[in-house]
Every structure is written in structure tokens, then in C-alpha cells.
Design a protein around this ligand. Structure first.
Ligand code: CP3
Length: 345
């Protein structure tokens, strides 16, 4: 069957065609809340080894679809494979999150973009394997971290609540910062294009730290690099379906939607649904935006909020999702309840 005759409801929604019921996937749907993920993870020595072992990464990518009636699989990998591929030391320490040897203005020029795609070949192999195994009605989502979000980890060396190290770096060393953005933009364009060639139907840019920026910094650090990536990917793949997730964009979400050129905008859970519906172009696809902690608690408070979100976006194409990643302590039955509500009302 040719691509054109295959019906992939989630892909069609990202491309702007509203479905009767919103298709659904769950941010970070493969992960520690699933016992089968924990079992596979225990077979590998480190988290990055899991990301670079196509057989196991493909297996964990598919695990959530065996349990739940989801409309998409998302590649199992991480946004920090890019700094790793550029030669920066990246470690995942259990219970503490990622740790990187922070870069300084001088080390920007020592990053190695030439070999990056070779380093990421196993991730592309994972996509090919998942594509072969996936039900043709399901959409395959690839992704990378957006440059600013990846830079906050490269500069700060770890996650932080205010990204102060990266914000100071961007103000203090504008030229080194611009070179860093150039490396990340170019590498992301090549990486996402290769993901599409390996079978990704949709790619998502995770701009998880779009918060805490004034509007000038937002323009330079979020809008411009995201726009360059969208343009660069579309130069190679004019029909690329791209979701942008500018977490924390708040009042700047409309500018993100209008100026970056993505097909769909992912909304975080703090974004008021009526505000988003008024602020965003009426034909633009939105994705989101249930608070993941509502799924930890489950029951009526989860279902009522999910219904409100579906209702608020009932006049436009909408992909149902959480407004950030599902957390490890989430009970599986609550996910089942949520998926059932979204699919069956
Ligand atoms: O189903 C999926 O979505 C799996 C693929 C995936 C992972 N990370 C796996 C992962 C995706 C899409 C990501 C994206 C990611 N990684 C983001 C953007 C989304 C967001 O949450 O804002 C960010 C900021 C990261 C960086 C990262 N990776 C952090 C901060 C951490 C530690 C915190 C945590 O959630 O554990 C990781 C580790 C990580 N990435 C795990 C998984 C399943 C847990 C590690 C383990 O299993 O040992």
C-alpha cells in the first residue's frame, strides 16, 4: 500500500485534518512507570547503551503500544544524544538525572559535528526496525531537543530550575553562544532529516526550557533556532510534518506558532486552553495538555480535566497528550482510563 492510501489519524491531524476523536500519544510513554521497561533497562549497563542498542530501543519503543490503544510510537532515545554525538561527556546517574562536563566559550569550537551522524546511526537503525514492526495505522514520531534546551544542559552540566548558567552564557558570550547555536541547528537539521529518511512520519522539537526568557532572549534563543531547523528540514523534505513543543512559552506561544512554521504546537499544562484557542491560528493543530500529575491521582479529577481539554479544542485539529512527560509513579490503570476516555468518550 502506498503512503498516500494509508490512514494514519495522528499524522493527518498534525497535518491539519481534524478527526472525530482526538488521536493520542503520551509524552515519555516508554519509561519507568512500565514494568516491562524496567526489565529491559535492567539488561543494559547504562541508559545511553539502551539508546544505542537498536534491538532493545525498538523493543521499548513498542512496549506502550502493546498495552494501550495509542495512535503513535515515539522513538526511544533522548535529547542528550546530540551533545554525546558532538563529543561532550554525558552521563546518566540513577536518581540524579543527566550530568555533562559543562562547556565553556572556548570549548564550543572543539565540538565535533562532522562525526555526529555516524555516532547516531544506531538511533536511525532503531527507527527502521520500529517502522517495520509498527501497525501501518500508527504514526512513528522521531524527535530531537531544540538547540536552546540542549544548550542549557551543555552549559549548565545538568538540569536546573532557572537555566541561569545558560542565560548568563548567552548574554556574556554572544559570539560563542551564536556558534554553539549554529552547531546545534546544523546537527539537528541533519539528524531530523535522517530520521525522516529512516521512517519517522512526524518529528517533534522538544523545547522543554522555553520558560524564564524575556522576549528578546526568546526571539534569539528559541524562535530563531527553531525556525532555522524547520526551514532546513523542509529544504530537504518539503512535506515534513513537524511538532514544536515550547514548554513555558506562555504569552509568547502565538509568536512561536506564527513565526517558527511548525505544523502543530505542543502546549504545556500551565497553558490555559481558552487562551491558547484564541491566541493560535484557528486551523493550526494543537497538542496537549493534561497535567501528568492528574494521571498519578486518576479518577474524576483526571477525567473531568481531560474532557475540558477535548471540548476546548473541539473546533480545531487536536492531538491529545499530556502537557509534560508522564512520571514514574503513574499507575498503569489510570493511563488505561485516560486512553479509553479519549478514544471512546
Ligand atoms: O517514550 C519516550 O518519550 C521515550 C523517549 C524519551 C526519553 N527522553 C527517554 C528517557 C524522550 C522523548 C525524552 C526527551 C527528553 N529527555 C527531554 C524532553 C522532554 C521533557 O521531559 O521535557 C528532556 C529534557 C530529556 C533529558 C533527560 N533525560 C532528563 C532530564 C532525564 C532524567 C529525568 C528523567 O525523566 O528520568 C532523562 C533520562 C531519561 N530519558 C529516562 C528516559 C526513559 C529515564 C532514565 C532511565 O531509564 O534510567
Amino acid at each position: 500500500m502506498s503512503e498516500a492510501t494509508l490512514r494514519k489519524p495522528l499524522l493527518e491531524t498534525v497535518r491539519g485534518k481534524r478527526q472525530e476523536r482526538p488521536p493520542i500519544w503520551i509524552m515519555r510513554q516508554a519509561g519507568r512507570y512500565l514494568p516491562e521497561y524496567r526489565a529491559t533497562r535492567a539488561k543494559t549497563s547504562g541508559f545511553l547503551d539502551l539508546c544505542y542498542t537498536p534491538e532493545l530501543a525498538a523493543e521499548v519503543t513498542l512496549q506502550p503500544l502493546r498495552r494501550f490503544d495509542l495512535d503513535a510510537a515515539i522513538l526511544f532515545s533522548d535529547i542528550l544524544v546530540i551533545p554525546d554525538a558532538l563529543g561532550q561527556t554525558v552521563r546518566f546517574v540513577a536518581g540524579e538525572g543527566p550530568q555533562l562536563d559543562p562547556i565553556d566559550p572556548d570549548s564550543v569550537d572543539r565540538l565535533q559535528p562532522e562525526g555526529a551522524l555516524d555516532h547516531l546511526a544506531p538511533v536511525l537503525e532503531t527507527l527502521k526496525r520500529v517502522k517495520l514492526a509498527l501497525d501501518p495505522e500508527k504514526t512513528l514520531i522521531g524527535f530531537c531537543g531544540a538547540p536552546w534546551t540542549v544548550a542549557t544542559y551543555m552549559i549548565g552540566g545538568k538540569g536546573s530550575t532557572d537555566q541561569a548558567a545558560a542565560r548568563l552564557f548567552a548574554y556574556r558570550h554572544p559570539e560563542a553562544f551564536a556558534r554553539l547555536m549554529d552547531v546545534l541547528v546544523e546537527t539537528s537539521i541533519r539528524y531530523l532529516s535522517a530520521q525522516i529518511e529512516a521512517g519517522a512520519d512526524v518529528v517533534q522539537l522538544f523545547e522543554s526550557w522555553a520558560l524564564n526568557l524575556d522576549e528578546v532572549a526568546f526571539e534569539r534563543q528559541v524562535l530563531e533556532p527553531n525556525r532555522r531547523i524547520v526551514q532546513g528540514v523542509r529544504q530537504r523534505h518539503p512535506d515534513a510534518a513537524i511538532i514544536g513543543f515550547p514548554r513555558g512559552a506562555a504569552g509568547l506561544v502565538g509568536r512561536y506558532a506564527r513565526e517558527v512554521g511548525v505544523n502543530a504546537v505542543g502546549l504545556d499544562y500551565a497553558m490555559p486552553v481558552d487562551f491558547a484557542d484564541r491566541e493560535l491560528p484557528p486551523t493550526l493543530t494543537v497538542q496537549g495538555n493534561l497535567d501528568p500529575l492528574r494521571v498519578v491521582v486518576g479518577g474524576e479529577q483526571m477525567l473531568t480535566r481531560a474532557r475540558t481539554i477535548i471540548e476546548a479544542f473541539s473546533e480545531r485539529p487536536h492531538v491529545f497528550n499530556l502537557g509534560h512527560g508522564i512520571v514514574p509513579e503513574t499507575p498503569i490503570e489510570h493511563v488505561e482510563q485516560l486512553v479509553n476516555l479519549v478514544k471512546n468518550g
